[in-house]
Design a protein around this ligand. Sequence first.
Ligand SMILES: Cc1ncc(COP(=O)(O)O)c(C=O)c1O
Length: 473
Amino acid sequence: MESELRYERLAGELASLIEQGVLVHGDRLPSVRRLADERRLSVSTVVQAMRRLELRGLVEARPQSGYFVCRPPLPHREPAARSTPEAASSVDISQRLVRLMQAGLQPGVVPLAAALPANSLLPIAALQRLYAGVARRYPRLLEGGSHVDIDSPQLVRQLVRRSLAWGGPLAADEIVITNSCTEALDLCLRTVTRPGDTVAVESPAYYLMLQLLETLGLKALEIPTDPRTGMSVEALELATRQGGVAAVLLVSNGSNPLGCLMPDDRKRALAALTASRGIPLIEDDVYGDLHAGEQRPWPIKAFDRDGNVMLCASFSKSLSPSLRIGFVAAGQRARAVALRKMVGSGGTSPVTQAVLAEYLASTAYERHLRKLRRAYRDQVAAMQAAVARYFPAETRIAQPQAGYVLWVELPEGIDCTACLTQALAAQVAYVPGELFSASGMYRNCLRLNCGNPHTPAIEDAVRRLGAIFSAVG
Ligand SMILES: Cc1ncc(COP(=O)(O)O)c(C=O)c1O
């Protein structure tokens, strides 16, 4: 683990020298042996760092001569916002999605479909220690508990404390602890909609949000979304002039799949627009802590003056998806959400709540996040470089501002749904673009998971995908 950190650190330092232009195309890097001596690292650690830089397309090895800085990759083109149908659509993606996710989990299939982090990036040992310690110190947490006071005050306090860094504070009495972000979103939707209602979503939208609409009998109104700046506030303004939209549902920081991040003025405008029209805004901030830039972006909730924004998040992407713990800060609808939560699931594991509260109270979470953000940034960059190397020339590649999924747009006419069978036969899974749309848009797009370190096996999987797309393109 420690040596993994060392080679990542060295690769990160050299990458930033190349990115800043201190080392330029054609420069020879110090030899492996010299770097190992000077940095007091083992030769294999330096070689691993060089391998990382090679995979990112930043350096190349020349036989007998060492490592040289590559020509900077041509800046790739990014996808553009698309216009969307004016009418809302009912959703029908769940069955196809479940089949795909099962196929993607078969042994030997390179996991570029589900947006899951690699186990090696998760702080499993720290969590093990905390679970054991909490269960020993607070045995009552394992006994029958209350069905009324279901949220841990310690955890709520930690969430309020954390929110100070992103435009908070949240109010303690608006927070409801949930089993995951998905449960938080589900509770919010159930609270503010009735079957048959229409919900405005990003386009493309995270498929699980579409699945929630599907299971609740809701329709999706797809709003054009800029791959850099997020949902168009102007388009939403037009779409909600006549009423008929029961809620807005979006990811403001690092949306899935585009990775876009709304600038603050848009967040402010969206908060004001939805409040003035009395439309509840359900915001998913699961990637907020995983920002690619320096600053932790604020959620729309930070601009909410009316208690209209329901902020949902979890620790699935930043700590472990298996914790199944998240929360919603539900503003003026907090009591209704809390009641639904109590009746629906009777609470969230008290042991896990205590573990999370202790983890957040220490400095471990921030240290872990710093490392994780660096790893995700490298992994996304490596995936972008690989896609640029192997996919057809006119491919457009998103530039995610948070999180670790990558949206790729292939030339018109390449059908990523049809190509998936071949990709699975070649032992690679991805999510085809049409599953991010209720109306079947984005057939020439796909989403790649960059949650795993970019190993030669992943590089080769991207090469195989590129060959499949190039053959049909
Ligand atoms: C935007 C977004 N929200 C929520 C989730 C799921 O979070 P959880 O596992 O906490 O339900 C994901 C997972 O991919 C996601 O991308």
